[in-house]
Design a protein around this ligand. Structure first.
Ligand code: RET
Length: 269
């Protein structure tokens, strides 16, 4: 069971979580439009990154909508507070969403830094395997968070090992490939590593919340943390990768070719 079900919430606590969830899925819907509209601003070899961003947006939109409806159905107003009714709240939906989004976000990085061939296939295998192992071991652990016994800590620790592997490979993928990319985008590619490292660390922070702040306010903080993590690790990250792809494309003359084509179509020179 999750810590959310142990507490009752005053009007402010309940409403803030409710509103933050709405912001979460609205941001995913907005992101979907952005990624679909901008996918043609980059060379065709980068478009898989936009498609993967769109996949991430759809799956996160649905997951956050479900979790939001679940919050509204679980807690009922009893005249003085929101209390658990005849159904429980679960964060487990998040983990199911991550099993789609974590691999998709990592593969997007390989596409944008220009990893191809055998190295691409090897990268995909490592990212998918380590990503799923991290998510599913954490999924098992979160069932035990309320009693906080050994399984919560052990599964959390195993998950952290896979997380460390991912961070290491992401570091090598970004810093290791930066020198092969145009100088103009190198700082952005390095920024991707730091954005990912910082925003992904919010997730274990939210996992640990019941152990460090076991109260209704702690729950509010946990759901705000999850939402900040979701919007930054999916939307902001996708926008940053899109900007890198567009800049590299422009440096390779992509925009000019399109402008010339348009002029030719209008009958100009
Ligand atoms: C868990 C369990 C506790 C230990 C660690 C975890 C890491 C989770 C991460 C999740 C990232 C999710 C993303 C989703 C975006 O769509 C599973 C909470 C280390 C890093 C990026």
């Amino acid at each position: 069971m999750n810590a959310e079900n142990q507490f009752s919430y005053n009007f402010f606590q309940y409403s803030i979580v409710d509103h933050v969830f709405t912001f979460g899925y609205a941001a995913m819907a907005a992101g979907l439009v952005y990624f679909l509209v901008t996918s043609r601003n980059a060379l065709p070899r980068y478009r898989l990154a936009s498609s993967l961003s769109a996949v991430v947006m759809v799956s996160a939109f649905l997951e956050l909508l479900v979790i939001s409806l679940q919050w509204q159905r679980t807690f009922v107003w009893d005249g003085s507070a929101y209390v658990v009714g005849d159904q429980l709240f679960s964060n487990g939906f998040r983990y199911m969403n991550w099993s789609i989004d974590v691999p998709a976000l990592l593969v997007q990085l390989l596409v944008v830094v220009g990893v191809t061939g055998v190295a691409f296939r090897r990268g995909v295998v490592i990212f998918v395997a380590a990503g799923l192992a991290m998510v599913y071991t954490g999924y098992v652990g979160q069932f035990y968070e309320v009693d906080r016994p050994a399984p919560f800590w052990v599964w959390g620790a195993v998950s952290t090992v896979f997380f460390a592997v991912i961070l290491l490979v992401v570091f090598r993928t970004t810093y290791g490939n930066a020198s092969r990319l145009p100088e103009e985008v190198r700082p952005l590619v390095k920024a991707v590593f730091w954005l990912l490292a910082v925003t992904w660390m919010l997730y274990p922070g939210a996992y640990l919340m019941p152990a460090i702040w076991d109260s209704a306010d702690g729950v509010v903080a946990r759901q705000i943390t999850y939402t900040i993590a979701d919007v930054t690790s999916k939307v902001v990250y996708g926008v940053l990768l899109g900007i890198i792809a567009q800049r590299v494309s422009r440096l390779e003359g992509y925009g000019e070719a399109r402008a010339q084509q348009a002029t030719a179509l209008r009958g100009g020179v």
